[in-house]
Design a protein around this ligand. Structure first.
Ligand SMILES: NC(=O)c1ccc[n+]([C@@H]2O[C@H](COP(=O)([O-])OP(=O)(O)OC[C@H]3O[C@@H](n4cnc5c(N)ncnc54)[C@H](O)[C@@H]3O)[C@@H](O)[C@H]2O)c1
Length: 336
């Protein structure tokens, strides 16, 4: 298959490598020409230590070259660039194209998921139908996928046949792909878990223990599920790899930037200082505003998410927020 990968960050490069190893014809595009030159010259990505890129990948900063004859195009830019990237891609969308989104986020204001943002931009450019759209999400740190370590992921599409096609494209002995038709649930999990990971990081930063981490993961999953059910998603999605699977890895892994960002905040950094130190996108921070808006729109309480917001935007001490969370008086919720 001819595949265009949009975005040359760690996840874009790791997925481009996987697809090239699966014998697809892969073109990697970036909006940043210098990044393309660097990848061409070095055959490696600076944030993927130990990973050598397969020789078969071609690189370009020209979208018409990247999208020429593409049968599948994969969006892997950070969520805040999905809309602008979709705008650039839309004139090149041909009938039958499979569009796959691998970014994790919710757009604040519109409250659209990333596949919805792509669809919205395509429609604005007069591309209403003729293509398929799917989401790819799960517990998949790029650093491990790039090294070929065993990983699993979920391909989600309302049309199950398309989800199966996407699964076929990505699967190999290192990548096991499950399918789901609940696209909204899969994308919501991917965006919301990053906020809970910041909370888990904050707890580590103030040297709370594993008990607190387990509580955050479990209750974090509960609040994501509550929101998802109010939005009409399937409960099973939250129990799967894109739900609890991704939440576990993000809250526990050394590779998680959201977790690391939280840890620095727990140690007294401001968000800006922590983001500078990390030097890569912290999606949980960007999802926070949309999560607060979703909470209001669907009248669903998100106590951990609100706690993270109070620490980051309200300047409230994590100790104060955690004390409030521990003493919250909500009898109905104390049942499980
Ligand atoms: N890194 C992972 O392990 C991982 C795993 C699963 C999902 N994701 C998701 O994939 C998405 C990308 O993550 P990443 O880790 O590759 O991020 P990253 O910070 O490594 O990616 C940055 C890349 O974004 C692109 N970019 C920067 N500015 C741009 C612009 N103005 N317009 C278009 N593109 C621009 C560039 O190619 C740049 O290299 C995120 O939504 C993330 O949540 C990441």
């Amino acid at each position: 298959m001819k595949i265009c990968v949009l975005g040359a960050g760690t996840w874009g490069v790791a997925l481009a490598s996987l697809l090239a190893k699966n014998n697809h014809e892969v073109v990697l595009w970036s909006a940043i020409p210098e990044e393309i030159e660097e990848l061409k010259e070095s055959g490696a990505h600076k944030n993927l230590p130990g990973a050598i890129l397969p020789v078969g990948i071609s690189y370009t900063a020209d979208i018409s070259v990247a999208m020429a004859d593409a049968e599948l195009c994969l969006f892997v830019v950070p969520s805040q660039f999905i809309r602008s990237t979709a705008r650039v891609v839309s004139p090149h969308v041909r009938d039958g194209l499979i569009v796959v989104n691998a970014a994790k986020g919710i757009e604040s204001g519109s409250l659209l998921t990333m596949t919805e943002v792509i669809r919205d931009e395509f429609e604005k450019c007069g591309r209403v139908s003729g293509y398929h759209i799917a989401a790819l999400s799960g517990p998949t740190h790029a650093e491990e996928v790039a090294l070929g370590l065993p990983t699993s992921i979920v391909a989600a599409c309302e049309d199950e046949r398309v989800a199966l096609t996407v699964a076929e494209v990505f699967k190999n002995s290192c990548m096991r792909v499950y399918i789901n038709t609940d696209v909204l649930g899969v994308e919501l999990c991917g965006a919301m878990k990053n906020i809970i990971a910041i909370a888990a990081g904050i707890c580590r930063g103030i040297e709370f223990g594993d008990n607190a981490k387990a509580m955050l993961i479990t209750r974090g999953m509960r609040e994501i599920t509550r929101l998802g059910l109010a939005m009409g998603c399937e409960r099973e999605t939250f129990n799967g790899l894109a739900g609890i699977g991704d939440l576990i890895v993000t809250c526990t892994s050394v590779h998680s930037r959201n977790n690391r960002c939280g840890e620095l905040i727990g140690k007294g950094y401001t968000y800006d200082e922590a983001a500078r130190e990390i030097g890569m996108v912290v999606e949980g921070y960007h999802a926070l505003k949309a999560a607060m808006e979703l909470s209001e729109k669907y009248s669903v309480e998100l106590p951990i998410t609100f706690g993270v917001d109070r620490v980051i935007h309200g300047g409230v001490s994590p100790y104060v927020v955690i004390r409030e969370l521990m003493l919250r008086d909500v009898k109905d919720e104390l049942k499980i």
